[in-house]
Design a protein around this ligand. Structure first.
Ligand SMILES: Cc1ncc(COP(=O)(O)O)c(C=O)c1O
Length: 394
């Protein structure tokens, strides 16, 4: 039967990582990778995670099955982190634990299709490279709304609103909660409010992907858009990932949070979500979620984790500033100040595909053709070389 299959091309980022690894130049720089790395190039296990893991080794007494919803204590902690402590007392929110943010996105799309097979999901152009395949493979209809204007290097907000003005009642609007991947450009408070007005007026359904909570400004600040929508609309879907903010990438920890009109509907939605999970992967993995749950319920561990998260944010901010300052010196006729307006791990450098090719070939600076950089690839030791390399191809 397998002879009917044809090979799938390798993911372009994985190809780039492979090319970087086999490059023998000592000064090579990897700006393509999609995970957080510290100044030594390592993706660390957070202190709080190590301590929580040790606690689990000592105290956990069973590895028996969890239900399809996952662990209720974990779900409650994530729900509070996303919506705040006050939310949820009306019973309108149903939260389930998922294998990462990707698992949550897939379950959310399956669920949306079960309730409305004709639903359209609007995704930003550009968006995270896996959004379209991950959601689209469910059969859900996707449409793009403009998001980024490469000329002004800012959000094309007018065009975004115009496009969303064409959305029909009940359509899903996929928004990045913070740290937009790949542009790094987030909606301002005023822009979130305007989107909320539009969504409310046209009876659209916000579908917010919160994959970097804590990476932009802080846990509370980064939930602004989600919480605003919760106050304004009767129904919404949120997907959350603990891959970045807890550094638990391979342990697959995430959650799907659904807001329904009332408690009774939330219970129905919850039972449907559990059915979808049961027929896809039965139940989520436990270990990483148990670690997150322990950290969020232990005051000392939680405080330590928040300190670590703060250090990550400071490093990202510091490296952005250092790169822009070095570019000002190396290429004084060019303006890269838009990078200072980006948050999280990513930003578009704003150079052409041909210039990217030269950066890779002549200087060993690896990034995708779109010129998306992962700021974590910048270190105090390579920032000058990087700025000189960029200047050399302008
Ligand atoms: C915007 C966005 N959403 C979702 C995810 C998926 O994260 P996870 O690894 O938790 O599945 C990512 C991962 O890079 C992402 O960038």
């Amino acid at each position: 039967m397998f002879e009917t299959l044809t090979p799938k091309p390798a993911d372009s980022i994985l190809k780039l990582i492979g090319e970087h690894q086999s490059d023998t130049r000592a000064e090579k720089v990897d700006l393509g990778v999609g995970v957080y790395r510290d100044a030594t190039g390592n993706t660390p296990i957070l202190r709080a995670v190590k301590k929580a893991e040790q606690w689990l080794v000592d105290k956990q007494t069973s590895k028996s099955y969890l239900g399809s919803r996952g662990d209720a204590v974990f779900c409650d902690a994530i729900q509070r982190m996303v919506f705040g402590d006050a939310a949820g007392s009306d019973g309108r929110i149903a939260t389930i634990q998922t294998p990462g943010g990707s698992g949550a996105l897939r379950v959310a799309a399956e669920l949306a299709l079960r309730s409305n097979p004709d639903v359209t999901t609007w995704v930003s152009d550009p968006t995270w490279s896996n959004h379209t395949p991950l959601l689209g493979e469910t059969g859900i209809r996707l449409r793009a709304y403009p998001y980024y204007d490469s000329g002004s290097r800012s959000i094309d907000f007018g065009a975004m609103l115009d496009a969303l003005g064409e959305a029909e009642q009940g359509d899903l609007i996929l928004l990045h909660g913070c740290c937009h991947n790949p542009t790094g450009m987030d909606l301002s408070v005023e822009q979130w409010q305007q989107v909320a007005d539009l969504v409310q007026k046209r009876k659209l359904i916000p579908f917010i992907d919160l994959a970097y909570q804590g990476f932009a400004h802080g846990i509370e600040e980064d939930a602004y858009g989600v919480r605003l929508m919760y106050e304004r609309v009767p129904e919404m879907m949120v997907t959350h990932s603990c891959s970045k903010n807890f550094g638990l990438y391979r342990d697959r920890v995430g959650a799907m949070l659904l807001v329904a009109r009332d408690e009774e509907t939330a219970q129905t939605v919850d039972s449907q979500a559990q059915f979808v999970v049961r027929t896809m992967y039965s139940l989520p993995p436990d270990h990483g979620a148990a670690v997150v749950s322990r950290i969020l319920h232990d005051a000392k561990l939680r405080a330590d984790w928040l300190t670590e998260l703060d250090a990550i944010r400071q490093r990202l901010k510091g490296m952005r500033s250092a790169l822009v300052a070095a570019l000002q010196e190396a290429a004084p006729d060019h303006d890269f100040s838009h990078i200072l307006r980006t948050t999280g791990m990513f930003a578009y450098l704003g150079v052409s595909t041909e210039q990217v090719e030269r950066l890779i070939k002549d200087r060993g600076v690896y990034l995708p053709g779109s010129s998306r950089i992962n700021v974590c690839g910048i270190t105090p030791g390579n920032v000058r070389y990087l700025a000189d390399s960029i200047a050399s191809v302008l």
